[in-house]
Design a protein around this ligand. Structure first.
Ligand code: AR6
Length: 166
């Protein structure tokens, strides 16, 4: 059974164990999907994030979901695209791997990812889609805990790039 799927829409509306946030190193909110998640989760999310001491690119940290339907938010920080020569691909793969690892450790069975780094951070979308699918499939092949990974895409450009990987 294929445990991955693509869904077009707003990640904050999903009734799922965990959603992943494409955050920045402060973990104190921002624009894009980060802003949408903080708005939907309410101020308690920011309060918990303040206790976490930030997050390095490629790493992941977990909080509760507060007013979201999702029980947890996994915050990860994607690489800022700087031409591809600054370890961006490895950092982006680490975002997916470390988020999935944290999910498995917390008994999360269903998880949704946005297109990390594909907005403000400027990662080329087709390359980012390839990394998202490859890293996730490698993880799922080695681990039974996670039952479903949903890639949630907002724009048509990202949707088309993701569909090529199905
Ligand atoms: N649901 C799903 N996807 C969304 C949503 C949503 N509600 N809103 C936007 N997207 P971005 P990044 C898509 O910029 O590139 C923030 O300010 C969006 O169309 O949110 O990792 C942080 O604080 C795009 O395809 O994240 C950081 O400073 C994708 O989510 C910085 O942006 C990611 O776009 C992180 O930049």
């Amino acid at each position: 059974m294929d445990k991955t799927e693509i869904l077009r829409g707003d990640i904050t509306t999903l009734d799922i164990d965990a959603i992943v946030n494409a955050a920045n190193t402060t973990l104190l909110g921002g624009g894009g999907v980060d802003g949408a998640i903080h708005r939907a989760a309410g101020p308690e999310l920011l309060a918990e994030c303040r206790t976490l001491g930030g997050c390095e690119p490629g790493q992941a940290k977990i909080t509760r979901g507060y007013d979201l339907s999702a029980r947890f938010v996994i915050h990860t920080v994607g690489p800022i695209w700087r031409g591809g020569t600054h370890d961006e691909a490895r950092t982006l793969a680490n975002c997916y791997r470390n988020s999935l690892k944290l999910a498995a450790e917390n008994e999360i069975r269903t998880i949704a990812f946005p297109a990390i780094s594909c907005g403000a951070y400027g990662y080329p979308i087709e390359e980012a889609a390839g990394i998202a699918f490859k890293t996730t499939r490698e993880f799922l092949a080695m681990s039974d805990e996670i039952q479903k990974v949903i890639f949630v895409v907002w724009g048509e450009d990202v949707y088309n790039a993701y569909r090529k990987n199905l």
